[in-house]
Design a protein around this ligand. Structure first.
Ligand code: FAD
Length: 421
């Protein structure tokens, strides 16, 4: 069967790999001139299985209010009027209660844990190198108040059988020796040994090579403008290079998915939540991060990727705007320089980047069928698209191929947003 994949980010490319494995004739189209040049380009690199949690959590509305007065706010809501943004915030607030949080977290953990298994299998099948490290994730707590708050969250971790270690200052330094210079700035940490790291851009590029070997075609520099309909099915996609046709169509356009889908009556609540990263070369190996850390104070992720460090964070609600905001760069650099003062040359230039997380208000992605029998979705992965990519690719390949999915689709399909009958 011919399958046309719209979008060659990490989600489109993993989908292509698993669909090609099922024996389909796969073509991937994208407006860029290579894979992973938009949100999948320079993310934080965390493969954070156990930390897969919705942002919509109890207590977030109060925290969000406090952040507006902070010097280095992790959340920035641009004040211009945008009905889509208001709708997204409203739907997110509706999920900021214990019951919804537990439901959404369960759904996210289901797809993340499956993804870990699928990535391990993919890795042993392909042998690809993507600067992967399997050394866990350290959540750095800087104050006693954060430790007390974290103790409350531990009940949730226990409920989901997540393995963790509570570390004191020396325990944190044992995991990340570079922290020994800032003993007075940390209070302790939570360590998740099962989490991993890797370079998402490198992974997607290496996987693309495997896909090409398997017969997948990539067509770049193609701007997709519209989905054409005939007899209640997709008859083709209109592009700036003319119409492209196929038997089945899979939308993996990240934050741009709703723009293409809403004209044909599919309204999915995916909103672009902007984030930033800086990438710096390591100058002192013994003072550098060894794996990945989450600085709880600034909500900044710090990840070692090869001989560089990637530091990423901030959530900005500002539509599809891709301007680089200097204040966010300052926040990210501050968090890193404060914890690892000797790892990199902080006076040197960094690679400053921004990307739009395709967020759903409840947290889980949207994977599966649509009301059109030959149109499928694999989108809305928000903050965790890299973590969830392998599992999402395998899941959609099974759905399209009419195989029994290996995990339940409950709460992952778009049907969760349709009004109950
Ligand atoms: C700062 C930051 C840090 C992050 N850190 C992590 C992390 O540590 N771990 C993690 O798991 N996730 C992380 N994420 C999230 C992760 O990067 C995303 O969820 C993931 O990259 C989304 O992949 P995607 O393939 O859906 O979207 P994209 O990578 O954006 O791919 C969509 C593709 O569609 C193409 N496209 C869109 N519109 C059109 C059109 N009209 N015509 C043709 N082509 C089109 C684009 O060119 C693009 O290639 C982070 C995100 C950000 C912003």
């Amino acid at each position: 069967m011919k399958i046309l994949i719209l979008g060659s980010g990490v989600i489109g490319t993993t989908s292509a790999y698993f669909l090609a494995k099922e024996g389909h004739e796969v073509t991937v189209v994208d407006r860029q001139n290579n894979v992973a040049l938009e949100t999948s380009h320079a993310n934080a690199g965390q493969l954070s299985y156990v930390m897969s949690s919705p942002w919509a959590a109890p207590g977030i509305p109060i925290k969000a209010l406090k952040w507006t007065f902070s010097k280095h706010p992790p959340l920035v809501i641009n004040p211009y009027f945008d009905i889509k943004k208001i709708k997204f915030i409203y739907q997110m607030l509706k999920n900021c209660n214990h019951k919804s949080y537990m439901i959404n977290k369960t759904r996210m953990l289901r797809i993340s844990n499956y993804s870990k298994q699928c990535l391990n299998e993919l890795e042993s099948e392909t042998n690809i190198d993507y600067e992967q490290r399997k050394k866990g994730l350290l959540q750095v707590l800087r104050t006693d108040k954060q430790i007390a708050e974290t103790r409350k969250d531990i009940a949730v971790l226990d409920k989901f059988k997540v393995k963790y270690n509570i570390l004191d200052i020396d325990g944190c330094i044992a995991k990340e020796p570079g922290l020994r210079h800032v003993k007075d700035k940390i209070a302790g940490g939570l360590y998740f040994g099962g989490d991993q790291t890797g370079n998402c851009f490198l992974f997607t590029n290496e996987l693309q090579k495997k896909c090409i070997e398997m017969g997948v075609k990539f067509e770049f520099g193609v701007n997709i403008e519209k989905l054409n309909l005939k007899n209640k099915e997709i008859s083709g996609i209109e592009t700036d290079r003319g119409e492209l046709t196929s038997d089945k169509y899979l939308v993996t356009l990240g934050s741009y998915s709703p723009q293409l889908l809403s004209p044909i009556g599919i309204n999915i609540p995916v909103y672009p939540v902007k984030g930033y990263s800086v990438t710096l070369p390591i100058v002192n190996e013994e003072d550098a991060p060894q794996s990945t850390l989450l600085d709880e104070t600034y909500k900044v992720a710090i990840t070692r990727l090869g001989d560089k460090v990637r530091v990423a964070g901030t959530a900005e609600l500002t539509g599809h705007n891709l301007d680089l905001r200097e204040k966010s760069r300052a926040t990210i650099r501050h968090s890193f320089g404060d914890l690892f003062p000797l790892a990199a040359d902080m006076k040197s230039d960094d690679e400053f980047w921004t990307g739009l997380r395709p967020m759903t208000p409840d947290g889980p992605p949207i994977i599966g069928k649509t009301p059109y029998p030959n149109l499928y979705l694999n989108t809305g992965h928000g903050t965790l698209g890299w973590t969830m990519s392998a599992g999402s690719g395998k899941l959609i390949a099974d759905i399209i191929s009419n195989n029994e999915p290996k995990i339940s689709l409950e709460g992952i399909e778009m049907s969760r947003y349709l009004p109950a009958n």
